[in-house]
Design a protein around this ligand. Structure first.
Ligand code: SAM
Length: 278
């Protein structure tokens, strides 16, 4: 088994119910787990696995403080702990590499300090959203953007490919806040979407439930009405935009070939003599 100083793990979205066995084993092996998650049972559950449990949420985020400072704080605390009493676990909401910066800081600084890092996957909000909306990202593809980055770069959206827009509730700021949004906050995003979609195109803002006894929250509305939902769209929401139309097949030669045994034989090796392959 390789020596690990820092496990970086995801806790999933639904309270403690989506934590993998692999993650549980990593936490059991750790001398401290430092975590960022506001699930009601998280602290108690982690205490059942590890002698030292530290919540980093309260010390990392300050009202109107830069979210970047929060990530620096998390990374510093995790590296400090790993230097002092390895191994330690850094546990985050969802998947630890999706929409998260602290794990990258930890990896880079751990490299300079000769600390070994292992990242374990977790169930992301994206996985929950696929299940709740029954969307298969393999059918028409999937494009994904972080809301503010989408606007900063004026990224083009392909209306024939479904889209996920992360962090819509945090759009237009790098600062942390618990304040409720005004309609004006979404005006730029609405205008950008209207470059690619008709105003009546129906989209969904989804907040997958963090609690097993509560249903998820879903608001369905036309792109043109986005600003009317401002007060409801807290930082936990992700926006799903279904494709506006289907892209027609262009490669008709490949379309003929995909069902052809002859074509399959042309693009694969003969099986070894005596092997299977009928
Ligand atoms: C900083 S990112 C963290 C993502 C997280 N690591 C994951 O894998 O889901 C925060 C964004 O993830 C999405 N998100 C997090 N929790 C969610 C939930 N319960 N339902 C829907 N989207 C969620 C939202 O877009 C939110 O603004």
């Amino acid at each position: 088994m390789p020596v690990v100083d820092i496990y970086i793990v995801g806790l999933g979205v639904l309270n403690i119910d989506q934590i993998t066995r692999e993650t549980e084993r990593a936490i059991r092996r750790s001398n401290e787990v430092l975590y960022v998650d506001t699930g009601i049972a998280t602290q108690t559950y982690l205490e059942s696995l590890c002698p030292r449990v530290t919540s980093l949420f309260e010390t990392s985020y300050k009202e109107t403080g830069k979210r970047l400072n929060a990530y620096h704080h998390m990374a510093a605390r995790v590296l400090d702990a790993a230097l002092d009493h390895p191994p330690v676990t850094f546990a985050m909401h969802g998947h630890p590499i999706v929409g998260a910066y602290a794990p990258f800081l930890i990896r880079d600084l751990a490299g300079l300090l000769a600390l070994q890092v292992q990242v374990l996957p977790g169930i992301s909000a994206m996985d929950c959203l696929f299940a709740e909306l029954m969307v298969d990202p393999c059918v028409a593809g999937m494009q994904m953007y972080e809301a503010t980055d989408l606007l900063l770069r004026r990224q083009s959206l392909q209306p024939d490919v479904p889209a996920l827009i992360w962090q819509i509730g945090c759009v237009e700021t790098t600062l942390h806040t618990m304040r409720v949004s005004k309609p004006e906050r979404f005006e730029r995003l609405r205008s950008h979407l209207l470059r690619f979609y008709l105003p009546q195109h129906v989209i969904s803002a989804v907040y997958s439930t963090p609690h097993p006894l509560m249903p998820s929250t879903m608001h369905r509305f036309a792109v043109g009405n986005l600003c009317d939902y401002a007060h409801l769209l807290h930082p936990g929401f992700t926006l799903f935009i279904p494709a506006a139309h289907e892209r027609p097949i262009e490669d008709l030669e490949l379309l003929r070939q995909i069902d052809s045994v002859e074509h399959l034989r042309q693009i694969t090796h003969e099986p070894p003599a005596g092997g299977q392959g009928k």
